[in-house]
Each structure stands twice: as structure tokens, then as C-alpha cells.
Design a protein around this ligand. Structure first.
Ligand code: BGC
Length: 382
């Protein structure tokens, strides 16, 4: 509640100076903040960011998580397009990364180990023999600190990950900044520095359902992915190292395709993933420029989400492990009622020398950005 503290101090100061009314306009600039719950004695705050067109994002400090994201459909009707929960308890009880910031290493690391500069590091295996999304207690399960500069439309969150946490070397200071811009986009910027060389791979794990009705499956959504190649996986979802052309396969989303149209095709990669659960190697040289990664459209509501990123990869996960076990915000989250578009470096990069490097060294700054842009289709699509 740093904002509240600042406001209290400002009010006290203004009162002393006899100008109490002159500070009363200040709260309008601040994001609305509230306490969402507690982890031990740490308060978990929830911030509501908004833009001039009424788009609203709720972000909480536990896991630097997007709890809800309300955008208009083609008739201007605002609805939440990410799956989440009304209270902190389900998040604390353990849900699979709903809306969370994932780190220190998003996605899988084979056999939960890697060798860096001649030393082998053992991570926590939490996905069979592999490490998934940072281990047992990754960044999604930590309380982040909010920056006092939170404004109506932006919020900067910080988490300091101790050296040795979940097996990773070096103390890593990570920042995530959310900005809800008036051009109807949500920008997510990541920054990190370290005290010792370490792999870093940060992403957001929102489950989107653009219909605004999480009882509907995402199979009717139409998807485009700007990638000529993807990284096929073994039976444990670790990349084999191959970069395979998508041409002629159900992984070809270079032109818009309905997700459900090929998801049940007889394809060895779809069967190991139980659907789509793969990383696409985004087109264009990896030069840290923001580039088009994907677009997702829901013909019923008319909502379109466009994803741009500096990151080289995109994990498209079609909610194949969702099973109705979790319910929130009035709906049961059933099989394939949400999908993730996780901009990231490739899975298992610390063990795959041919993949773009994820190693951050002292003195360097990890900096990545993903922009989610929301618009609507003009007329009902067929
Ligand atoms: C992974 C899935 C996993 C899901 C939830 C995704 O990022 O690719 O395999 O089941 O996260 O843990």
C-alpha cells in the first residue's frame, strides 16, 4: 500500500501547510489498490489499471498476476477475457499459473539440470523428471513488491530471487511493468539483473478466452502465428532440438486457422502434446525488436487479440490439461476453455546450445517486452 502511505504523508503535509484541498485531486492519477489477502504476514495487493476507453486490468502482487482483463466486444460490451479467481485462496491452494508471471525459467528444463561455465546445477523436478516454470515455488508463487510510482495505467512490480532459490545460481532482481495504454494495448515489460550467471526466461501465463464466457471452449477461436518453424518435443515435452517446418502440418498457423479444425488430426506431435503445447520459433532474426507474433480472434464476440514481442518464441498451449477442477469468477474452467500464448525463449535452452541463449551475466540487463493489443472485428464473421 505504498500509494496509500504516500497519500497519507501528502495529506499530513498539506494539512500542516493549510492547503488540504490542493492535494485532493492526486488520487485520480493512482491505480485503484486494495488488499486481496495475505501470505503469512505479507499483504497481497490488487491494482486496477484502466485506460480512456474503459479497458481494465486487475493485477495482483502475488505472482505479478493478471487476475482479470476486461475488454469490449464488437458492441462495446466489457467482459473479462482471462481466466482468474475472485479471491486469493485458490491461487494459494495452487492453480496452474493462471495469469501469472512465470520464472526464473518459464517452460521446461530437461531432467531438471543444466551445466553453466563448467558447473552442473540441479533444479527442483516438478514435472516428472523435468523442471517446469521455475520449480516448486517459482515466481508465480512469490509476493512481488509494488513500486510507489503506480499510476492510473501502470504498475511496476519487483521480486528479488535469492541465489540458490529452486536451484538457480545468482541473486536475480526481476521487474515486471504493466502499462494499459490508451491505444487499447497492455504492454508487459520485463527486466532482470543478476549477481552470477544464470538462465532467465520470463513470461506471462494468462489463459485467454476472448468470448468472455469461460464455459465456451477455445476451439472456435481463430489463430495466426508468425512462424515458419516450431520445436517438436519428446514424450516429456522437451524439444528434440529440431526446428521443423510447419508447412503441411497442423502446426501451420501462418494464415489464420480455426484452432479446433486440426487439433484432433492424426499427428505424432499433437498426440504427445495432447493437443497444442509447443513452442513456435517466431519469424525474423532475433534482434530485440518488437514484432508481430500472433493474433487470436473470436468470431462470436468479435474480439481480436494481437501479440507483439521482442522474444524469439511463443508457446501455444491449448488448455489440454484443464479438467474442470478449478472454478472462478462464476464458471468452471473445463477442458480447453482457455489458451495460453506465452512469449518466451525456447524450452530447455540451457541444454540446447543451438537455441538462442538464455544466460544472463552480471553487468547485463535482461530486457523483454510483449504488447497485447485489443480490437474488434467490424462485422460478424462467418
Ligand atoms: C505448459 C503446459 C502445462 C501448462 C500448465 C504450459 O505453459 O506448456 O505443458 O501443462 O503450462 O502448467
Amino acid at each position: 500500500m505504498q500509494n496509500a502511505v504516500v497519500m497519507t504523508l501528502l495529506s499530513a503535509l498539506a494539512g500542516t501547510l493549510g492547503i488540504a484541498h490542493s492535494v485532493s485531486a492526486a488520487p485520480a492519477r493512482a491505480a485503484r489498490a486494495a488488499v486481496f489477502g495475505h501470505v503469512g504476514k505479507d499483504a497481497v495487493e490488487i491494482y486496477t489499471l484502466s485506460n480512456v476507453n474503459g479497458i481494465e486490468a486487475q493485477i495482483m502482487t502475488y505472482g505479478a498476476t493478471i487476475v482479470s482483463l476486461k475488454t469490449p466486444d464488437r458492441d462495446g460490451h466489457l467482459q473479462n477475457i482471462v481466466l482468474g479467481f475472485d479471491t486469493l485462496d485458490p491461487y494459494l491452494a495452487g492453480v496452474p499459473y493462471y495469469g501469472a508471471t512465470v520464472g526464473r525459467y518459464a517452460n521446461r528444463i530437461a531432467r531438471a539440470r543444466f551445466t553453466l561455465d563448467g558447473t552442473t546445477y540441479n533444479l527442483v523436478a516438478n514435472d516428472g523428471a523435468n523442471s517446469l516454470h521455475g520449480g516448486t515455488r517459482g515466481f508465480d508463487k512469490r509476493v512481488w513488491r509494488s513500486d510507489a510510482t503506480a499510476s492510473r495505467n501502470s504498475l511496476k512490480l519487483t521480486y528479488v530471487s535469492a541465489s540458490g532459490e529452486e536451484g538457480y545460481p545468482g541473486q536475480l532482481t526481476a521487474h515486471v511493468t504493466y502499462r494499459l495504454l490508451d491505444d487499447d494495448s497492455l504492454s508487459i515489460e520485463y527486466e532482470a539483473t543478476t549477481t552470477a550467471p544464470t538462465p532467465v526466461n520470463l513470461t506471462n501465463h494468462a489463459y485467454f478466452n476472448l468470448s468472455g464466457d469461460p464455459t465456451r471452449s477455445i476451439l472456435e477461436h481463430k489463430l495466426t502465428i508468425n512462424a515458419d518453424k516450431f520445436t517438436p518435443v519428446d514424450a516429456t515435452l522437451i524439444p528434440t532440438g529440431e526446428l521443423r517446418a510447419v508447412a503441411g502440418t497442423p502446426f501451420d498457423f501462418r494464415t489464420e486457422a480455426v484452432i479446433g479444425s486440426r487439433i484432433d488430426a492424426d499427428d505424432a506431435q499433437l498426440s504427445v502434446g495432447r493437443g497444442y503445447d509447443h513452442n513456435w520459433a517466431l519469424n525474423a532474426a532475433h534482434d530485440n525488436a518488437l514484432r508481430f507474433a500472433a493474433s487470436l480472434a473470436d468470431p462470436v464476440s468479435g474480439r481480436v487479440l494481437e501479440v507483439r514481442t521482442t522474444q524469439p518464441g511463443l508457446q501455444f498451449y491449448s488448455g489440454n490439461f484443464m479438467n474442470g477442477k478449478h472454478a472462478g469468477q462464476g464458471s468452471v474452467y473445463g477442458y480447453r476453455t482457455g489458451l495460453c500464448l506465452e512469449t518466451q525463449y525456447f524450452p530447455d535452452s540451457p541444454n540446447q546450445p543451438a537455441f538462442p541463449s538464455t544466460i544472463l551475466r552480471p553487468g547485463e540487463t535482461y530486457a523483454q517486452k510483449t504488447v497485447l493489443h485489443f480490437r474488434t472485428l467490424k462485422a460478424p464473421a462467418n
